[in-house]
Design a protein around this ligand. Structure first.
Ligand code: PXG
Ligand code: PLP
Length: 440
């Protein structure tokens, strides 16, 4: 896979990677354009995952590269604490225009993990500013992925990401049950019909802990990393009703769903449910520069910022919050989304994508197919005593046959750049079928 033999692979400790295995058989990427990566051995590999759910406008957009280059030449860095640069305000205004009505106060970060920790801190600061400082409990959900910060893994629900650190997680946390149920919902197209009542588990947690101790609930409106879990019909609406009733903030972690994945600006807009905070990253800059943000309801922002007479209102921020290269990339990216109607393309192709995904129903090993917008999860039956082994082989074989997919457990996840066309959708699922037919 690696055409270069001069590389020393020993020094790099790779993230979320089987390092020893990878280094024995590296899969290198050396270039990317549009829908395709170039592999280390010079092959074209279709990007079935938009990188890691982030290159929504496709690879190698010249306008973004040029904006970053020009910014690096004119102002490489500006401190963001007590100082600023115009691009920071420009980018915040541009991001706010993509957010639901009212969520127009923007705090910049550099990643989804930082966005999550920032949002959790904003929730605590909000209640404290209102004299409700005993509201400190945070509620996440089983199988949730909220990045890898200590806050994010505490509210997150992925065992492998938590167990090593279990003694150091945030103390006041509880979890809702996840919504995955194959008996009830296998092969649902779009939102499953069964499961709205699972949101009522929040009432149980409120009864257990008392609403006066709960600061916020955080969920992915559509859970991506854990294997594509689509919210049951009515579920998010119900969560919104219960949180509102009890004065609990609702945070949607839209690191994957914001910027067009469901054919709308946000999942919030798609589902018609407006949370109090939205975390984002990935597609915000088309992944050309690390960037993230939290969009905050004006009342939440105002409670904190107007809650003190003077001085710093919120003791939080990153050296690289609103980094000039990031804000340049964000503005250029959002311009492309708008000009090229990238999300409208995703929306227009969602049905074609759904049909192509569900056509795999009769392929070998398939236990379930789930889809929404330009996301599909294809759950495979696990091999006896070897969860994940079959999907790992599918991933490797897809890559060998010119298609990049993701896998979690035995679920294959597909989430292509939103610039994909109908023909490429056909090709993508045809390659998956071929591979499924070839694995044991
Ligand atoms: N929240 C959600 C909902 C995410 O999906 C994060 C937070 C963390 O973002 P950062 O930028 O800190 O990684 C994510 C990230 C996968 C995969 O294969 C998904 C993510 C990251 C890497 C791989 O599903 N999501
Ligand atoms: N550690 C040390 C010693 C620092 O000085 C800083 C920032 O000044 C940080 C960590 C945090 O880095 P960042 O702001 O890039 O998150």
């Amino acid at each position: 896979m690696n055409a270069r033999t001069d590389l020393d692979l020993s020094h790099l400790w790779m993230p979320f990677t089987a390092n020893k295995q990878f280094k024995a058989q590296p899969r290198m990427l050396t270039a990317a354009k549009g829908m395709y990566y170039t592999s280390g051995d010079g092959r074209q590999v279709m990007d079935g995952t938009a990188g890691l759910w982030c290159v929504n406008a496709g690879h190698g957009r010249p306008e973004i590269a040029e904006a970053i280059a020009a910014q690096a030449q004119s102002l490489d860095y500006a401190p963001g604490f007590q100082l600023a640069h115009p691009g920071a305000f420009e980018a915040a205004t541009a991001v706010a225009a993509f957010m639901p009505e009212g969520l127009d106060r923007i705090f910049f970060t550099n990643s989804g993990s930082e966005s999550v920790d920032t949002a959790l801190k904003i929730a605590l600061a909000y209640h404290r500013a209102r004299g409700d400082g005993q509201r400190t409990r945070l509620i996440g959900r089983e199988r949730g992925y909220h990045g890898v910060g200590f806050g994010g893994i505490s509210v997150g629900g992925i065992v492998a990401n938590r167990k090593t650190f279990s003694g150091a997680l945030l103390p006041a946390v509880d979890h809702l049950p996840h919504t995955h149920n194959l008996e009830q919902n296998a092969f649902s197209r779009g939102q499953p019909a069964w499961g709205e009542h699972l949101a009522d588990e929040l009432e149980r947690l409120v009864t257990l802990h008392d609403a006066s101790t709960i600061a916020a609930v955080i969920v992915e409106p559509m859970a991506g990393s854990t294997g594509v879990l689509i919210p049951p019909k009515g579920y998010l609406q119900r969560l919104r009703e219960i949180t509102a009733k009890h004065g609990i903030l609702l945070i949607f972690d839209e690191v994957i769903t914001a910027f067009g994945r469901l054919g709308r600006n946000t999942a919030s807009e798609y589902f018609g449910v407006t949370p109090d905070l939205i975390t984002m990253a990935k597609g915000i800059s088309n992944a050309a520069v690390p960037a993230g943000a939290v969009a905050v309801k004006r009342e939440v922002h105002d409670a904190i910022v107007n809650g003190v007479a003077g001085g710093i209102e919120f003791f939080h921020g990153y050296t690289y919050s609103a980094h000039p290269l990031a804000t340049a990339a964000i503005v250029a990216t959002l311009n492309i989304y708008q000009r090229d109607q990238v999300f409208a393309n995703a929306d227009a192709l969602a049905k074609t994508f759904e049909d192509a995904a569900h056509a795999l129903k009769d392929a070998p090993h398939v236990a379930d197919i789930r889809n929404l917008g330009l996301v599909a999860g294809i759950e495979l039956r696990s091999r006896e005593g070897a969860i994940g082994a079959r999907a790992a082989e599918v991933f490797q074989k897809c890559f060998d046959h010119g298609l990049m997919v993701r896998y979690t457990g035995d679920t294959i996840a597909v989430s292509p750049p939103l610039i994909i066309n109908a023909e490429e959708i056909g090709e993508l699922f045809a390659r998956i079928r071929k591979v499924l037919t070839s694995v044991a």
